[in-house]
Ligand binder design. Structure first.
Ligand code: SF4
Ligand code: SF4
Ligand code: FES
Length: 245
């Protein structure tokens, strides 16, 4: 049977090293299968997070050959075998052990976002075309690969000032919902720091659900922030609305 070498990060918060494992490769195998083979036959203490092995739970995120990916959706036969396949934990989050990172910061960001709030006296009737727009954002599996690749978090570690692409997707799903009545543009501007995003589109490139994060979520949200806070006519009309008796 053909063999592949996996170069896997082993260690914890205080550091670690890359360890090479030789793994037999069967047809149809994915990187998560190879990690399970290492656990079963060579390193039972290798820490790997996974749940569904079907690309739906978002747990098995890691960096394979330097690219953020779901290990359960990355086929071994899609990777060059002439050199070791590197498998590292997501760089943007603190390491707990081996390939498992602490992603709890994301849940703190999520808690800051006001949930769906219907407009008062709303008529519960929606057009399919309005729902099609938000449906895309509901496909998110919270794998946090987009957060991992975003340079604002990955290289500049601006977690206190920035929410990250996953949460722009969540806010877009709420802001563009035809029945929602809450404005989250102030939150986007001040708390989630959408202005720090410079539309590099790296997040869109790694999304396993093919959500067009930049074009369909971030850019329309940036336009709403500009309308609400930097367009003088918009600003005046809001002020008049507020001061109206
Ligand atoms: S487009 Fe914005 S959110 Fe996406 S990776 Fe680039 S800077 Fe980050
Ligand atoms: S938007 Fe895509 S890449 Fe980001 S967390 Fe959701 S599914 Fe993952
Ligand atoms: S194990 Fe669920 S997405 Fe990979």
């Amino acid at each position: 049977m053909a063999e592949a070498t996996l170069r896997v990060f082993r260690g914890g918060p205080d550091g670690g090293r890359a360890v090479d494992y030789s793994v037999p490769v069967a047809p149809g195998m994915v990187v998560l299968d190879a990690l399970h083979s290492i656990q079963a036959h060579q390193a039972p203490d290798l820490a790997v997070r996974w749940n569904c092995k079907a690309g739906k739970c978002g747990s098995c995120s890691a960096e394979v050959n330097g690219r953020p990916r779901l290990t359960c959706k990355t086929r071994m036969d899609s990777l060059p075998r002439d050199k070791p396949i590197t498998v590292n934990p997501m760089k943007a989050f603190p390491i707990i052990k081996d390939l498992v990172t602490d992603v709890s910061w994301n849940y703190e960001v999520n808690r800051k976002i006001p949930p769906f709030t219907p407009r008062p006296d709303v008529e519960w009737k929606m057009q399919q075309r309005d729902l099609d727009r938000v449906q895309e954002f509901r496909k998110c599996i919270e794998c946090f690969l987009c957060q991992d690749v975003c340079h604002v978090l990955r290289d500049h570690d601006k977690k206190p000032q920035f929410g990250g692409p996953r949460f722009f997707v969540r806010v877009a799903g709420l802001e563009m919902h035809p029945l929602d009545g809450v404005s989250r543009t102030g939150l986007l501007k001040d708390t989630l720091g959408i202005g720090l995003c410079n539309i590099t589109k790296c997040c869109t490139e790694v999304c396993p659900e093919d959500i067009h994060i930049t074009d369909n979520a971030i850019i329309p949200l940036k336009e709403r922030v500009v309308d609400d806070f930097y367009d003088p006519l918009h600003w005046l009309s809001r002020k008049l609305r507020r001061t109206r008796p």
